[in-house]
Design a protein around this ligand. Structure first.
Ligand SMILES: [Zn+2]
Length: 348
């Protein structure tokens, strides 16, 4: 079970909801002497089954890397838990429990997972900024996440992936906005992304890297990763980690740009507290190429001001904090090469 700590002020009731079952203040799991005696199993990997896998899962859980119940089946949860353990313990993160990983896992000095920090991402005077210069870590987690399918009426919008989550307030604003669009006769919407964990972003980057390696046999891993970083944000730098960003498009359409839905969204999203986060004229400041499909919830007041002032979020925050703006440019590495193929599913 992940140990959870809160970062920002938040309603006590929710605190209970999120930490009720978690052992707040638990010390890093002390490895039992017997744990060492259990090591030296074979090479366990995805698809492995049996008691050895159960023991592995129990140990991963004890150290705070695995949340799901040990079931003796080495599935995706276990792969991710092993990877997180490996990263934290200076091992190469391949998601397999070979002799080296198992030795470290059952050792007394095995490093436990740090506490997941639940953060109220809507707390504070100004919107929270996540970009290439302001990254969140692996254990960052927004408070008050809800499943979109539980908030959004399916008549308003298709939710492409059923497990898509958003912070409740953003999800409710999204529903209000889509109701208004519907009333204006603009129908057929799809949400293709909401909250994304560090691990998921890391997985996207790895998949893209692997694809490049398959396509270009002579490329080094570093070269492939750099190429992948042109269309997939580095884990920690994606605004989707906040649970306040939504990728929105038209189901089945090859591109979002130029559709009546896109035009309606860019005209009205501000009224519901969303901003169009990455625009062509601000690429050098945001560090991301324009993304017509990516909107970010900041609340109505900020959204309206941002629109009136014609600023991107980076500029707005600087303006609000200091009263002036020095132009701070970020190198743009994002190029949406495959926008036409998969609108709204890459990059940020
Ligand atoms: Zn996005």
């Amino acid at each position: 079970m992940k140990r959870i700590r809160r970062a920002a002020a938040f309603a006590a009731a929710l605190l209970l909801l999120f930490t009720g079952a978690a052992a707040e203040g638990t010390e890093p799991a002390a490895p039992a002497a017997q744990a060492q005696a259990q090591s030296a199993g074979g090479n366990l990997r995805k698809g492995s089954k049996g008691d050895e896998v159960t023991r592995l899962q129990e140990r991963l859980q004890e150290l705070g890397y695995l949340e799901s119940k040990p079931d003796g089946i080495f599935g995706n949860d276990t792969v991710n838990a092993v990877k997180a353990f490996q990263r934290r313990n200076g091992l190469s993160a391949d998601g397999q429990a070979g002799p080296l990983t198992q030795e470290k896992l059952y050792a007394e000095d095995a490093v436990a997972a740090p506490e997941t920090i639940l953060t109220d991402t809507l707390d504070g005077e100004l919107p929270m900024l996540v970009n290439k210069k302001n990254m969140v870590d692996e254990y960052f987690q927004p408070a008050d996440l809800v499943l979109l399918t539980e908030v959004l009426d399916t008549k308003l919008c298709k939710v492409k992936y059923k497990d898509t989550k958003l912070v409740r307030e953003a999800a409710e604003a999204l529903e209000k906005m889509l109701e208004a669009a519907q009333a204006d006769g603009v129908k057929k919407w799809q949400v293709s992304a909401g909250y994304r964990t560090w691990e998921e972003q890391n997985g996207m980057l790895n998949t893209k890297t692997e694809n490049y390696l398959k396509k270009h046999k002579d490329w080094s891993r570093r070269k492939a990763r750099n190429a992948a970083l042109k269309t997939v944000a580095e884990p920690g730098a994606s605004e989707h980690h906040l649970g306040l960003a939504v990728d929105i498009n038209v189901p089945g359409a090859s591109a979002f740009k130029g559709t009546k839905q896109q035009k309606w969204l860019h005209k009205h999203c501000w009224e519901y507290g969303f901003i169009v986060r990455y625009t062509a004229d601000k690429e050098k400041i945001t560090g991301f190429a324009a993304e017509e499909w990516h909107i970010r919830y900041v609340g109505v007041e900020h959204a309206q001001k941002i629109r009136e002032l014609g600023l991107c979020l980076e500029e707005y925050i600087e303006w609000m904090e200091t009263g002036y703006m020095k132009s701070s440019e970020t190198e743009i590495t994002e190029i949406n090469l495959d926008e036409e193929e998969t609108p709204g599913e890459q990059a940020s």
